[in-house]
Design a protein around this ligand. Structure first.
Ligand SMILES: Cc1ncc(COP(=O)(O)O)c(C=O)c1O
Length: 343
């Protein structure tokens, strides 16, 4: 258990005492968002202000909205740019004297947009405001360094870097007051009670160590694969790559595309039938595809297609995806046109 904690601390540039194993990214985000603002409320005896962004994962946005609905915080939700990135100045302009926490994700799960967490943390440190970052999507391909970034809290999920599902990490810097979500036996400095999930935590530590040592080799390999995939598909008519245009601010693993005049369901069925696991990036409830709040917040239109690559991705798989999309996209457009004419 302690070896796993040590391994995570070494990988993330923090102290083992600051590592809390959780059931995943969702719990780690909830612990930071609720725990830090509740502690601020108790300390200051006033309703704290919480700043987050419109592109956060629901693991951050939902607890933030829930806290605001209960009157536990006042909430500011900062809009992103069209590329999905969050502007440091926009976040700073949302601050108030009673701001107790800012939560901005390190990298967006849909667009793969990477934020300047170190730059934001430095500005916030000057103002005495702690920063939590959801680094769930970042850990596999970006260097996540708690000390260099200067964040007060950080969330990870092991299955995004090769570990098992159902385990994650909350980093909570020393001296940061946090009200626990679960009370009980007082494990982990009382921040997270309950018997440790030793097997899962050990696997998480081992996977993160492996991911960190593979990252330098993995990243350029994924950039080459992703650019080849995006280049071939955007050569088709009416297909554009979304997210940041500067590769420095884009996750190596993500290719996010917007397609004109293609039905989202037909596209997803066609790709599935061809054995390609892809996502529209939209939350699906009861079988009905809903528009993605992230894309709405960015003001993006078109049918979204999110293709992600990982450490197992091969050249042959990218070739296959290119072949399938090159065949499918024009056909779906034609069939839409025919349907429109018949009507
Ligand atoms: C950015 C981000 N945050 C949080 C989560 C939630 O993590 P978990 O499923 O481990 O609870 C995810 C999961 O996909 C994610 O992409």
């Amino acid at each position: 258990m302690e070896e796993a904690r040590e391994a995570v601390a070494v990988a993330l540039g923090c102290s083992p005492h600051e590592v809390v194993f959780t059931s995943g990214g969702t719990e780690a985000d909830n612990l930071a968002v609720k725990g830090i603002t509740w502690a601020a409320r108790d300390r200051r005896r006033q309703v704290p202000h919480l700043v987050t962004t419109a592109v956060e994962h629901p693991a951050v946005l939902d607890p933030a909205r829930w806290l605001a609905e209960r009157g536990d915080v006042t909430l500011a939700v900062v809009p992103p740019g069209a590329d999905g990135r969050v502007d440091v100045e926009e976040v700073l302009s949302a601050l108030r004297p009673e701001t107790a926490l800012v939560s901005v994700m390190a990298a967006n799960n849909e667009l793969g947009a990477v934020n300047d967490i170190a730059g934001l943390a430095a500005e916030l440190a000057e103002r005495g405001v702690p920063l939590h970052t959801d680094a769930v999507q970042a850990a596999a391909t970006l260097e996540v360094d708690v000390a260099r970034w200067g964040v007060a809290a950080l969330a990870l999920s092991a299955h995004k870097f090769g570990g098992p599902q159902g385990v994650g990490v909350a980093v909570l810097r020393r001296g940061l007051p946090v009200v626990p979500l679960a009370h009980g036996g007082g494990q982990d400095r009382g921040v997270r009670s309950g018997t440790f999930a030793v097997g899962l935590d050990a696997a998480c530590g081992a996977a993160l160590t492996a991911a960190v040592s593979d990252r330098a080799e993995l990243r350029p390999r994924l950039v080459t694969l992703a650019d080849r995939l995006a280049g071939a598909v955007t050569a088709l008519e009416g297909v554009q790559r979304s997210g940041p245009s500067d590769p420095a601010w884009r996750l190596a693993s993500h290719v996010h595309l917007l397609l004109d005049g293609v039905d989202a369901n037909a596209l997803s069925l066609g790709l599935d039938a061809a054995g390609i696991a892809a996502s529209g990036g939209a939350a699906c409830g009861a079988g009905a595809a809903k528009a993605s709040p992230v894309l709405e917040a960015c003001g993006l239109q078109g049918t979204p297609l999110r293709l992600t690559l990982g450490w197992t991705s091969t050249d042959a798989e990218v070739d296959r995806a290119i072949d399938v999309l090159t065949d499918l996209v024009p056909r779906l457009r034609t069939s839409r046109g025919v349907a429109a004419e018949v009507r």
